[in-house]
Write a protein that binds this ligand. Sequence first.
Ligand code: SAH
Ligand code: SF4
Ligand code: F3S
Length: 467
Amino acid sequence: MNSLSPFSVATPQPSTASVRGLHVITWGCQMNVYDSERMTDVLRPLGYRAVGTPEAADMIILNTCHIRDRAAEKVFSELGRLRKVKEARAERGEGTVLAVAGCVAQAEGKEILARAPYVDIVLGPQTYHRLPEMVARAARAAGAVIETDFPVEQKFDFLPADRVAPAGGSAFLTIQEGCDKFCSFCVVPYTRGAESSRPAAAVIAEARQLAAAGIAEITLLGQNVNAYHGEGPDGATWGLARLARVLADEVGIQRIRYTTSHPRDMEDDLIAAHRDLPQLMPFLHLPVQSGSDRVLAAMNRGHTADEYRTLVARLRDARPDLALSSDFIVGHPGETDADFADTMRLIGEIGFAQAYSFKYSSRPGTPAAGAGMQVPEDVKDARLQELQAVLRVQQDAFNAATVGQVVPVLFTGRGRKPGQISGKSPWLQAVNVEGPDSLIGRIATVAVGHTYTNSLGGVLTEEADRA
Ligand code: SAH
Ligand code: SF4
Ligand code: F3S
């Protein structure tokens, strides 16, 4: 760690900042959502304030994801649209700084500048604390500014202290970044860099600030969040369990979640924390990817299907109402019908409350991309359909089981229908009820009456009305 105090701001701030519009478009995972919020915080001292449309923005940031499919093509097509916005603004005499951030910027920064020369700034996920300096350089320079190295300083040490808490009572907090696991299929180790953890004191300070701003729920984020090993205030290395205990007991966070976990890093003390901490929500996203030991080995996941089964049993023993979610990849190179059958068997045995599933997508530069035995597209399609059908049945059954229960819901915003408010159950189900806006940001109990495709409906209970 460097010697600078947490939250000090790296760049000089202009004394006379006029208000300018900022529009951030965010794709990808929750870590990108967090990064977009923090980029907005970094730019606030320069006078930038969020606006709802790119047309109204003096600066547009496209925060990108590189995980699957034609990620770069999607970026270029969006950039084509933003170019028109920029040109229309120029005709009105308004300048626009166009920046591309995130994982595509990291992986394909040079190509972006070559193919989209109207882009002013390209910045990787580890350099956004340098944004004010980049904006200044872009204003001075004739050409574009590119920052895609992995700086020695931790960006977190340079972010402004005054984080603006999101509306709705729930916030993301990144505690760990990067990945050293190098799964065969995955770009993250290349786009986000080596694994690193923020010091516990910095995380606790940010959580305290969020709590003071009325945040009831914090989701701790990391590409391998349960590999967290931050420096503790006592000089010892803290794991995620210890951090969660402090956030629950000392900071007073009412709901704690964490994502994404790797089965390999599910240590005993974290399992115990699920037993001991009511604030740790009974929902865990624990991706298994495949139920075949052969495929798990080819993926370099570092565990077997049976080890996953045992882990889930231990977690359920610690917290019997724990609901599980996972990611699945079908059609990894070399995956046979028998391997896929193993995945289906595992799904049948575990029972998932929710899951994400994807066709394997070849990512340039990853080991699996060059592997033989690529699975034909139609086979992937058929497997994905079969797998999603079973996961759908499991999700419906899980949701149906909550009908008739009274559950605490954190209301995070208005519902889609007028007069409705929307929130999340402890098991991360979306819940919509008729209710007053005054409950937004608060926890109230709901008698669940029905299930819809991806949500629950019900009525606020009397206790909630008095809360
Ligand atoms: N760190 C997390 C995953 C982050 S990426 C973990 O280890 O589980 C989110 C999900 O995207 C992965 O779990 C995987 O299911 C999917 N994914 C990643 N790379 C992919 C690829 N090349 N093709 C298809 N799906 C992919
Ligand atoms: Fe990607 Fe594997 Fe790291 Fe997850 S653990 S981010 S899937 S390399
Ligand atoms: Fe995408 Fe980067 Fe997140 S590739 S999933 S935005 S870490």
